[in-house]
Design a protein around this ligand. Sequence first.
Ligand SMILES: [Zn+2]
Length: 254
Amino acid sequence: MTFKSTSIVFLLSLCFIGLLNYFCEVNLLWLILPFLVYNILIVYGSATIQSNFFIRAFCNSNTTEKVFAITFDDGPHNIYTPKVLDILAEYNAKATFFVIGKKIRGNEPIIKQIDDGGHSIGNHTYSHSFFIDFKSKNGFMNEIDHTAEEVFKITEKRIVLFRPPYGVTTPNLASAARELNYKIIGWNVRSMDTTGDSIETIFKRVKEQLKPGAVVLFHDTSEKTIEVLKQTLNFAEENGYKIVSVEELLKLTV
Ligand SMILES: [Zn+2]
């Protein structure tokens, strides 16, 4: 089910009801039904990155190998990102950081440290504004390009991964990402580490969802995540899992 196929079915159902009205005098109030269903599907498709509604998003690998990827959104953070990097180094694990462009200034050494540590850097827009989903295609392209330039200045590498803020996709975001040749990265293990839940609850949630090929979503913006990360890495070690970057996980799929 994609935006295109849903729109075609929607238009066909309008025509069908129109014909029924013309030939069989069916009440036109039935038109409300396809409008309602169409709008519900659009909202669901926008809010659910795993639905691949507007654009295909890589949310996990189908591999049976005991590997999974850890991703961090919303950094760089001057306190927590270095702590995350220290723990990852301790466990020799590689992660992927989806950075917000406007947070890079002043944190350039952290971006360098991420890159030097062999981790991947992804694009998470420049502003991460709450109203970002109202942006035009050009607006999204500017957001993405601006962050890519900031990262390039430090690492001299072009970013190829993009994670939409809040996991919300729109037709304009999809066209911008397609035009700029980005791969959209989602997740299939949501830690919900930015909620008020305790460390134990967050780790339990992660542990219960973990399986080969998973993509875990964390945020390098809080103290709690540091503890959950440690527990997740211990769990991985005890259960024979290897942690890889999203790029490496993608290679196992394509
Ligand atoms: Zn975010």
